[in-house]
Ligand binder design. Structure first.
Ligand code: GLY
Length: 372
């Protein structure tokens, strides 16, 4: 599959997501049209820098673009007030001006931090996302959600600030550890489950070969995921309605992440996959979807070798009421009511604010009991 573009039609904030192979090497010619002067600051982190920073700087140099880089520590800890201060002060040290463009090279942490630093620097400078994880390519680099974590929770301080361009280089996925790739796949499968049954069928047929390294299958999966995200974001940029569908699996996921300490015990995408399976289980218990549908969702996750059930999370978990209390701290709570994305079928998700408390409790109790 050749390089292609998904347009995110947001009027004066519209942009393209370019998807293809070898894009880091071509970054100079792709970014040059956005520049007023041939100089860009790059925000990245140490693991990504070791794998891709030299190639990016060389790619920029082919178009005569000078670059400097700030390499931050990897991990969620960077995405806080200290990381933000470090990034913004460095951008000011580098004399970044209002018409300059910041480049964020990395996964979700660097994309969210770099985007937010760009949103507040000189009241807003443009930025280019070069996502290096599958999760960032299909989800966090597209749609303009930027921000940092505080001691009160994840992503509680931020801004909607759309990138000027996203370069999703399929080749960088080859350097991801399998666990990280599969965690990102949790967000890919989410798109099929929430709105495209044919895409879910395609994933059932092609997911294993894609995880095995087939680049044209990876390209199609990233393309279709980005296309779906772009359509939803274009309808509802600031999450007043349909954008909430992108949170399929996330109410469960956030409780599980909070219970496991937001770390290696459970990666975000793993929590999304388990959360999607639980959302379908809850939908079936509420009589919304066929009784066999949750089994089909779980079978695909199992086929991929992914975390699927609560039994796949090591260590203790709180009882159902503890998990429900953690859900109550989620920022999607409205007027004290939990908000779930449920489904009438694969590819037919909708927002539900009135889940019966006893059914939610029963789904969690059964899922915890299956841990043995
Ligand atoms: N990751 C969900 C969203 O961008 O709305």
């Amino acid at each position: 599959m050749k390089t292609d573009r998904v347009h995110v039609p947001l009027g004066s904030r519209a942009y393209d997501v370019v998807i293809g192979r070898g894009l880091i090497a071509q970054s100079g010619q792709m970014i040059a049209p956005f520049l007023h002067r041939s100089r860009v600051p790059v925000l990245t982190e140490t693991r990504v820098a070791a794998a891709h920073l030299d190639a990016l700087m060389a790619g920029l140099a082919t178009a005569g673009i000078d670059s400097t880089a700030l390499t931050l520590p990897p991990g969620e800890g960077t995405k806080g007030w200290n990381g933000l201060q470090h990034a913004v002060e460095w951008l000011l040290d580098e004399k970044v001006e209002r018409r300059d463009v910041v480049v964020a090279l990395g996964g979700g942490v660097i994309g969210d931090l770099g985007g937010f630093a760009s949103a507040v620097l000189r009241r807003g400078v443009r930025f280019v996302q070069i996502p290096t994880s599958l999760l960032a390519q299909v989800d966090s680099s597209v749609g303009g959600k930027t921000g940092i974590n505080t001691r009160h929770g994840k992503n509680l301080v931020g801004a909607f600030h759309q990138p000027a361009l996203v370069l999703a280089d399929i080749d960088v996925l080859a350097s991801l550890p399998r666990r990280d790739f599969l965690a990102g796949y949790g967000e890919v499968v989410k798109y099929g489950l929430l709105g495209d049954a044919a895409f879910f069928d395609w994933l059932e047929r092609n997911g294993p070969a894609m995880a095995g390294g087939d680049t044209s299958l990876r390209h199609y999966a990233v393309h279709r995921s980005v296309q779906m995200k772009a359509e939803i974001v274009a309808r509802d940029e600031t999450e007043q309605g349909d954008r909430a569908l992108l949170n399929l699996g996330h109410t469960f996921c956030h409780a599980l992440e909070a219970a496991t300490g937001y770390g290696e015990r459970l990666l975000h995408g793993e929590g999304v996959a388990i959360g999607c399976a639980l959302a379908f289980e809850l939908s079936a218990r509420m009589g919304l979807c066929a009784q066999e549908t949750p089994g089909r969702v779980r079978a695909h996750l199992r086929q991929m070798g992914m975390a699927t059930d609560l039994a796949d999370i090591a260590g203790d978990l709180p009882p159902p009421e503890g998990l429900i209390a953690l859900m109550g701290q989620d920022k999607k709570v409205q007027d004290g009511r939990l908000r779930f994305i449920l489904a009438r079928d694969i590819g037919a998700a909708f927002v539900c604010d009135d889940v019966p408390a006893d059914l939610l409790h029963a789904v969690l109790a059964d899922a915890l009991a299956s841990r043995g």
